[in-house]
Ligand binder design. Structure first.
Ligand SMILES: [Zn+2]
Ligand SMILES: [Zn+2]
Length: 109
C-alpha cells in the first residue's frame, strides 16, 4: 500500500487560507446575513401593508424598488411603499386592486 505522506502533512499542518479565500468567505457570510435581513424586513412589511377589506388576505407584493440611478445608492428600496396595493383616498387605508376603484375602496360603495 502506498504511503500517502502528502495527506498526512495536510492533516498535520492545515493549509492557511489565502486572503482572497478569507475575503470570499466574508462576502458569502455578508450575503447570507443580508438575505436573512431582507426576509425579516419583508415579513414586517407584509404584516404592515395588507388589504384592509374584510375577508381579503391580499398583502403587499414587497417594497417598491426605485431606479438606483434616480435616487442614488442606498435608497433604492422603499419599505414604506408597498407593491400591488393602493391607498384609498377616503379612508387612507391600503387596498388591493380588486377592492379599489377610482382610488376609492369598496367600503365606500
Ligand atoms: Zn376606503
Ligand atoms: Zn382586497
Amino acid at each position: 500500500m502506498k504511503d500517502d505522506w502528502r495527506k498526512r502533512i495536510e492533516s498535520k499542518f492545515p493549509r492557511q487560507k489565502t486572503p482572497a479565500e478569507v475575503d470570499k468567505e466574508r462576502e458569502e457570510e455578508r450575503r447570507r446575513h443580508d438575505h436573512a435581513e431582507y426576509a425579516r424586513k419583508l415579513a414586517r412589511h407584509q404584516r404592515r401593508f395588507k388589504c384592509h377589506i374584510k375577508g381579503c388576505t391580499k398583502r403587499s407584493g414587497g417594497p417598491t424598488h426605485l431606479d438606483p440611478h434616480e435616487v442614488g445608492y442606498g435608497s433604492a428600496v422603499r419599505w414604506d411603499s408597498p407593491r400591488d396595493l393602493e391607498q384609498c383616498l377616503r379612508c387612507h387605508r391600503w387596498t388591493c386592486r380588486e377592492h379599489i376603484h377610482s382610488s376609492i375602496c369598496k367600503n365606500h360603495a
